[in-house]
Design a protein around this ligand. Structure first.
Ligand SMILES: [Zn+2]
Ligand SMILES: [Zn+2]
Length: 386
């Protein structure tokens, strides 16, 4: 599907992006390169969406479906530990999630798609979004209209997955990645002398009771057949040995595999906090810091990804899996809240560091698998004989 020149160019772009990682909403250089490359190919390009996002469109002028493909462009605040020729040139920044590879793969697909535009009908949108890492760039892109005018009918994207065979294409229909909600809980007690707890309201005692009770939500409020996890990721209170502090702060992270589990866990957070606080005369405040919905793949579009992958032989191994490969969250979920589609996975190799590790490295061998799947989808959905 791709010749050597194209593949070499894709690898060169991937390594160039790797060398110049940019954090969320700061992807100016990356977006500039992407926009320039897409303009040269002949796409109509808009920059500056959701600050640093890029939307490239191909309107074939023939009636047909409106399809979107998406890549994310941001890096992480991690100091790279790899000793590579294309190692990050910026201290404390690194493409440790492979978004350099996601961007390069969609650019590779963009080139091949443009070459066969005469055989396509309908409207194609290529979405290069900023800030997947904790910035909910997808939500911002949607707010700024990338799914509208014309309205997108199906959307596709992918993530590389360390720990799986290099170049293996796999799809999980239905819930495929976790929903993620983070809350700050402040327990408001009353400070006092460590020797006279009866004159105080101890927020450490109350807060630790909340930590214990929260695990009861996963154990007793959600179905044992569904996935969900609660982690109290931070607990801050007190700084003197003879003082009961006035407040405790907890950071509570709740993951779910669907709305039902979200309701069972996050939906009962306040009840647990209020119940424990009331029992001991403490007050509380809860503030939501972050929300990503669960990522739910449409079953039909999931089957299509598998079918076109097999028909076009884009990977040596193609599989449908029936368990979620991770409870990690991905803001592609916001697009799938709006329009159906599928977020597929490509194995990054069984060896090698995991995502967000300072020794992680995107595997360039999987670029043609990811790009090939994008091209095969466009062919199947927008090809005139489709
Ligand atoms: Zn990541
Ligand atoms: Zn990622």
């Amino acid at each position: 599907m791709f010749d050597d020149v194209q593949l070499r160019r894709a690898v060169a772009l991937r390594r160039d992006l790797h060398q110049h990682p940019e954090l969320k909403f700061e992807e100016h250089r990356t977006a500039g390169k992407v926009a320039e490359g897409l303009r040269d190919l002949g796409y109509a390009v808009r920059e500056g969406i959701a600050r640093t996002g890029v939307l490239a469109e191909l309107d074939t002028g023939r009636p047909g479906p409106v399809i979107a493909l998406r890549a994310d462009m941001d890096a992480l605040p991690i100091e790279e530990a790899n000793d590579l020729a294309h190692r990050s040139a910026h201290a404390g920044r690194m493409h440790a999630c492979g978004h350099d590879g996601h961007t390069a793969a969609l650019m590779l697909a963009a080139e091949t798609i443009m070459q066969c535009r005469e055989h396509l009908s309908g409207h194609l949108k290529l979405i290069f979004q900023p800030a997947e890492e904790g910035g909910n760039g997808a939500e911002r892109m949607i707010q700024e209209g990338v799914l509208d005018a014309p309205r997108v009918e199906a959307i596709f994207g992918y993530h590389n997955r360390p720990g799986f065979e290099s170049g293996m294409l796999f799809v999980k229909p239905g819930s495929a990645m976790g929903g993620n909600d983070t809350y700050r809980v402040i327990v408001q007690g009353r400070s006092g002398h460590a020797a006279m707890p009866h004159l105080a309201v101890d927020p450490i005692y109350v807060g630790t009771s909340i930590v214990q009770q929260l695990q009861g939500l996963t154990a007793r409020h959600k179905s044992p057949l569904r996935a969900g996890v609660i982690t109290v990721a931070a607990f801050h209170a007190g700084d003197a040995a003879n003082v009961i502090p006035g407040e405790a702060e907890l950071l509570v992270n709740i993951r779910n595999d669907g709305d039902e589990v979200r309701e069972a866990l996050a939906g009962h957070l306040e009840q647990v906090v209020a119940g424990v606080c009331n029992a001991h005369g403490a007050g509380y405040r809860i503030e939501q810091l972050h929300h990503v919905p669960p990522l739910v793949n449409d079953p039909e579009w999931s089957e299509l990804v598998l079918k076109v992958g097999r028909d076009r032989g884009v990977a040596r191994r193609i599989e449908k899996v029936d368990t979620m490969p991770t409870m990690g969250a991905e803001d592609f979920a916001f697009y799938l809240r709006e329009v159906p589609g599928c977020f597929f996975f490509v194995g990054n190799g069984e060896e090698g560091a995991y995502l967000h590790n300072d020794r992680y490295e995107f595997n360039d061998e999987i670029l043609p698998v990811a790009a090939g799947t994008f091209v095969a989808l466009v062919d199947a959905l927008m090809g005139q004989e489709a």
